[in-house]
Design a protein around this ligand. Structure first.
Ligand code: UDP
Length: 237
């Protein structure tokens, strides 16, 4: 099978790594993700991953925690490195070569983020995991995903979620909600559909980087996206 994309940026949420738990990491989810990623690397697809941290820490709720926003955001970024290390181990267990690069220097556990080096790893067939988000507070890992995707010249950003695409309304609340197969950036804004936060979304729109929102939790779906099947929702200019 000829893959539709040569180089992709896969955005995984931290929350999905919890599986059915309330906190932390579920090894079954990690190994499913690793298997799914392995399948597409075997086709020669170059894979970069940005991973969230919401299963461990989010910086936003200052009122609740008493921890000021910027401090909490740095804690959230550290959480993404923990997730990145867990995914790295899961990938290595199934025989996939990986490198973890961090936007915040911690050289004992991850390479520093160096764009050219990341591209070189990808060219050599290694999965590159980008940890610590953008390295800046007040951003999200969706923004880190868009930014890194553009920097490395990815063909597309694949946003793995628990739902299988973008719907006309919340499918959990509205039974009549239908899934868009494709939608434009402009229509997402006009219809107030929150695909990503505005910073992340605008970066993609301004740089003509397509987004595919798809269900990462059903094994094999990532492969179907790569094969060009009409699963999920494609957002383009
Ligand atoms: N974060 C940040 N800057 C970044 C990326 C992440 O400050 O560039 C912090 C922020 O506090 C965020 C947390 O890290 O709440 C975890 O990331 P995110 O909420 O995006 O993870 P996800 O929702 O994908 O699990």
């Amino acid at each position: 099978m000829l893959p539709k994309f040569k180089r992709i940026l896969l955005k995984l949420s931290g929350e999905s790594l919890m599986g059915d738990k309330n906190f932390g990491l579920d090894s079954a989810v990690l190994s499913q993700y690793a298997q799914d990623i392995k399948l597409i690397t075997e086709l020669g697809v170059q894979v970069a991953v940005v991973i969230g941290g919401g299963n461990i820490y989010r910086g936003m709720n200052e009122a609740e925690t008493g921890i000021e926003r910027a401090q909490g955001d740095y804690m959230g970024m550290l959480a993404t490195v923990i997730n990145g290390m867990a995914l790295q181990s899961a990938l290595e267990r199934v025989g996939v070569f990986t490198r973890l690069q961090s936007a915040i220097k911690m050289e004992q556990i991850a390479e520093p983020y160096i764009r050219r080096r990341a591209i070189r790893h990808l060219e050599k067939g290694r999965v590159v995991i980008f940890g610590a988000g953008t390295g800046n507070p007040y951003f999200t890992t969706d923004t880190a995903g868009s930014l890194r995707a553009i920097e490395i010249g990815a063909d597309v950003i694949l946003k793995g979620t628990r739902v299988d695409g973008i719907y006309t309304a919340d499918p959990e609340k509205d039974k009549l909600a239908t899934r868009y197969e494709t939608i434009t950036f402009a229509d997402c804004i006009a219809r107030n559909l929150r695909v990503m936060d505005m910073t992340a979304f605008t970066l993609c729109m301004e740089n003509q980087l397509p987004i595919i929102v798809f269900d990462m939790d059903t094994p094999g779906t990532l492969l179907r996206v790569i094969a060009g099947e009409k699963v999920g929702t494609l957002v383009t200019g």
